[in-house]
Design a protein around this ligand. Structure first.
Ligand code: ZN
Length: 71
């Protein structure tokens, strides 16, 4: 399960919660003040994985990038 980062709308604390993919913020409470006014943050982890798994040229790996394809 991925970690999602939340910010508390009451006290501003940032914390992480392990959730299923696509899960909402229902039931997520701030560990500091127990408020459920929490805002899910965009995951830096997810965006890092996305950029690492696809090369700039769209090929699945670096060796296929810019090789010309035919020898
Ligand atoms: Zn809080």
């Amino acid at each position: 399960m991925p970690l999602y980062e939340y910010t508390c709308g009451e006290c501003g604390r940032r914390f992480e919660v392990l959730q299923r993919v696509g899960a909402g913020s229902d039931g997520v409470a701030c560990p500091s003040c127990a408020s459920t006014k929490v805002v899910k943050q965009l995951s830096t982890f997810a965006s890092a994985v996305g950029s690492a798994s696809s090369m700039p040229c769209g090929a699945p790996n670096a060796s296929a990038c810019g090789s010309g394809g035919f020898s």
